[in-house]
Structures are given as structure tokens and as C-alpha cells.
Write a protein that binds this ligand. Sequence first.
Ligand code: ADP
Length: 161
Amino acid sequence: MTIALYPGSFDPVTNGHLDIINRAASLFELLVIGVYDTPPKYLSFTTSERVDMMAKSVNHLSNVKVVSYTGLTISFAHQVKATVLVRGLRMSSDFEREFEMSLMNKKIAQDIESVFLMASLEYQFLSSSLLKEVATLGGSQMVKSLVPPHVIEALKKKNLI
Ligand code: ADP
């Protein structure tokens, strides 16, 4: 059985992430979504809020589970017995950073392979940070097509819409 890990901050989960998750779930027997506890960036949502939003978004997928983690992604991958790391690649913004990270991960652990799924056309320019910026500046109608309805509610609770 091939277990894959999809790690990220998911602050909050967007339809771009969910597109990658739906596609990865059909490629691997088990997909673990790792919600990174302490990324080196400002977070709008707590770890448990990010885990809850993600869990609600994927509850229709029986081979997907959501777990938070801290520390090295590679160590967490070993812990959950994942042999594949899934990442999403947007056209312009992700390549260099992802390439760098995958080489570093390979150096740390040769038994784990990174697999990149190209972001779908409609989500190429979607990131959690841009989503929050647009929402805060009054684009609430616009963001409704970019996240699940329960994430809209969560953004409202944080006064981000
Ligand atoms: P990180 O903090 O690791 O960058 P993110 O939550 O921003 O975490 O993203 C997690 C993964 O999802 C990364 O591989 C990122 O490139 C990918 N991703 C983010 N937004 C999109 C999108 N709109 N379409 C496809 N993949 C995406």
C-alpha cells in the first residue's frame, strides 16, 4: 500500500488545495494531510481550526486523514509510513522553492519521493494569503468561489470578511 503525505499550512484550506487532494486521493491508497503546526509565517487560524476546516472539507474522501504535526516534514512522513510527499505546483510562484525543498528532503531521506501535481488552470493564482487579502479588502463575493462554504463562515468569525 502506498501512503502519501500532503503537507502544508492550509491557513485556510482553499479549493486549490482541495483540487490537489481530490486528485492525489485517487492516485494513492492512503493520503495523509499534514497540517503544519508552526510554519515560519503569520497565521490567521490556530492549528486546531486549520485541522477542523480541512477535516470538514475532505470528509467525503474515505482514504484521506488529517493530522497536525510539528518539526521536520520528513520525520512526520516516516512516522505515518508515507513514501511519497505530494505538493501542488502553481505556474510561476512555486517551482524554485519546491525544487529546493525536494532536493533538501531527498538529501535527508532517500526513501521518500516528492510528487508534484500541477495546479488546475482556475486555481493557478490562488493562495491562502492572497485569498485573505482580497477578502479583507471587501472582495467577499469573489472569495465565495474559491473556498468551501464553512471556510467563508470561519473567515467571517475572524473578521476577515
Ligand atoms: P506551505 O506553507 O507549505 O506553502 P500551503 O498551505 O500554502 O503550504 O500549500 C500547501 C501545498 O499546496 C503547497 O505544495 C502549495 O504549492 C500547494 N498549493 C497552494 N495553493 C495551491 C493552488 N491554488 N493550487 C494547487 N496547489 C496549491
